[in-house]
Design a protein. Structure first.
Length: 287
């Protein structure tokens, strides 16, 4: 069985992108269920699929993350990976779907799990907001805060890959977009605006635009429910697979899984340091 990709709420399980996209495992209300029941459910998943990758956003309730770590500890298992990409909820859902696409390919669990960190670099995630007063995940200067109190003001905010805030209706109110072809996913909340469709999509040369419901965690992440969240992403499985397959792989010295990068997502081990460190030679160390 392929590696299972799990999310912590149903609205993070986006519809399949193609016929090969595997369904997401939804760990709904994990912190509200009895511990024994949740433990048995996660154990059954690892026994069925071999490995489990749980993707959750930064806005996931603290109780859910504690429950996940408790379950992983009680199972004494290094076959469960907890991945928090630091993206807004819609971007997190897109990344989880990309991993579901790749789960159907001939990628080992270590490579698949660590591919999430690689694919994060190819996402552009943000939102149109009606207020910045409670936005605390992105730096907001005093001038932008003051402007957000003006009735009717709207702001375009880019959270990833580079934070940027512009006020709609002002000259040069645009956001830096991807330099490669992407599709645009849009989730509308309690805000009326056509800026994403009429301005952002053409400026970013989006090859397609689809709409989905706004994730429940988005209101907490952006500090307001008056938001329209968007995420530009690579939709095609061959492109995703080529990106992952072209990266050099390493074997984890602790659990033996092949992985991308220098840290195993499952056991968190890093390569051991052999020998003495060389003296500083006048330039920053690499790696």
């Amino acid at each position: 069985m392929p590696t299972a990709i799990a999310v912590t709420s149903a609205d993070l399980a986006l519809p399949a992108q193609d016929e090969r996209t595997l369904p997401a495992v939804v760990l709904q209300d994990l912190d509200r269920r009895p511990l024994e029941q949740a433990l048995l459910a996660v154990r059954a998943l690892t026994e069925q699929h071999g490995h489990l990758v749980v993707v959750c956003s930064d806005a996931v309730p603290a109780g859910v993350e504690r429950r996940l770590r408790t379950i992983r500890s009680l199972l004494e298992s290094d076959r469960i990976a907890l991945f928090r990409p630091g993206l807004p909820p819609l971007g997190t859902a897109v990344l989880a779907r990309q991993l579901r696409q790749l789960a159907s390919c001939d990628l080992g669990p270590g490579v698949l799990a660590s591919a999430g960190r690689l694919l994060t670099h190819y996402l552009h995630a943000g939102a149109v907001l009606g207020s910045l007063t409670r936005l605390d995940r992105i730096p907001v200067d005093l001038k932008a805060h003051a402007r957000s109190w003006v009735p009717g003001s709207q702001f375009a905010v880019l959270a990833h890959p580079e934070p940027r805030i512009v006020r709609l209706g002002t000259p040069g109110a645009d956001l830096p977009g991807p330099e490669f072809g992407t599709c645009l996913l849009v989730a509308r909340g309690q805000l009326q605006s056509d800026w994403v469709n009429s301005s952002l999509a053409p400026a970013w040369r989006a090859q397609g635009l689809r709409e989905v419901p706004l994730p429940a965690e988005s209101a907490d992440w952006w500090g307001t429910g008056r938001a329209i969240e968007f995420c530009a992403h690579l939709p095609d499985l061959p492109v995703l697979y080529q990106l992952v397959a072209s990266v050099r792989r390493n074997a984890c010295h602790w659990c033996g899984l092949d992985m991308i990068g220098d840290r195993c997502v499952f056991c968190s081990a890093v390569p051991p340091v052999h020998g003495e460190l060389e003296p500083y030679a006048g330039r920053p160390p690499t790696g």
